[in-house]
Ligand binder design. Structure first.
Ligand SMILES: C[S@@+](CC[C@H](N)C(=O)[O-])C[C@H]1O[C@@H](n2cnc3c(N)ncnc32)[C@H](O)[C@@H]1O
Length: 214
């Protein structure tokens, strides 16, 4: 059984209060700080974030090719994160971390000495039924939250096989107070797990607006 955050009961029994989940996220950032790998941007440590990373297929390859940057993959699904962690261990990548977390909660709870560099969202759940559109990740308020935790150079890379969700996201980004669509190819040489399974996809890239305001 899952709650509104899509987290299963076992997880919620262990981390039943927002306070416990907050300290869990704090611990995660404390642990990764010890690695001392971070680029400082505007006085904060930078992570590049993949939201809904699944098995970590794509992020593992990408992190191996970019050893000077730090990558974090988050996903709601415990089993997928376990697989991603074992993949990262096999590659012995120092700059790659996976963490079970819900995107809104994780980003809200990021400590203030960290910031997000680039954001990757690939093949997010499209929630096709109208009554479920509110569950889609791309929402005005989510774009605002992402911008709040991002640097002025951050880029958002989004890819989906669902045309309706693509149109929805393009509309949200183009009317966002904090993001603008730009012509820039997604730097993906490798396929994500879902991209390998699906016949086609659409992509968009956005940059943070300089006149950032919330
Ligand atoms: C269709 S899969 C795509 C996985 C991967 N990006 C790929 O392309 O192979 C979508 C993933 O997003 C995760 N997910 C959905 N909503 C999420 C949320 N709010 N926070 C974190 N992960 C989420 C799901 O658990 C699932 O693993």
């Amino acid at each position: 059984m899952k709650n509104h955050l899509g987290m299963n009961d076992v997880f919620l029994q262990r981390f039943c209060s927002p306070k416990l989940r907050e300290s869990r996220v704090g611990e995660f950032f404390k642990d990764i700080t010890d690695k001392g790998l971070f680029e400082q941007i505007q006085g904060r440590k930078q992570i590049h974030l993949e939201i809904g990373c699944g098995h970590g297929h794509w992020l593992t390859q990408y992190a191996c090719e970019n050893p000077k940057q730090v990558f974090v993959g988050i996903d709601l699904n415990t089993k997928r994160i376990e697989k991603a962690l074992s993949k990262a261990r096999k590659h012995s990548t120092e700059n790659l971390f996976f963490f079970k977390a819900e995107a809104w909660e994780f980003i809200r709870l990021m400590p203030s000495n960290f910031m997000i560099g680039n954001i990757f969202i690939m093949f997010p759940d499209p929630w096709p039924k109208k009554k479920h559109h509110k569950r889609r990740l791309i929402q005005d308020s989510f774009l605002d939250l992402l911008a709040e935790q991002s640097s002025s150079h951050s880029l958002l890379f989004f890819r989906t096989d669902d045309l309706a969700y693509f149109k929805w996201s393009k509309e949200k980004v183009s009317t966002s107070r904090n993001w603008r669509l730009i012509e820039k190819k997604i730097p993906f040489k490798h396929f994500s797990y879902f991209q390998d399974l699906l016949p086609c996809h659409q992509s968009l890239t956005a940059s943070v607006k300089n006149n950032f305001c919330l």
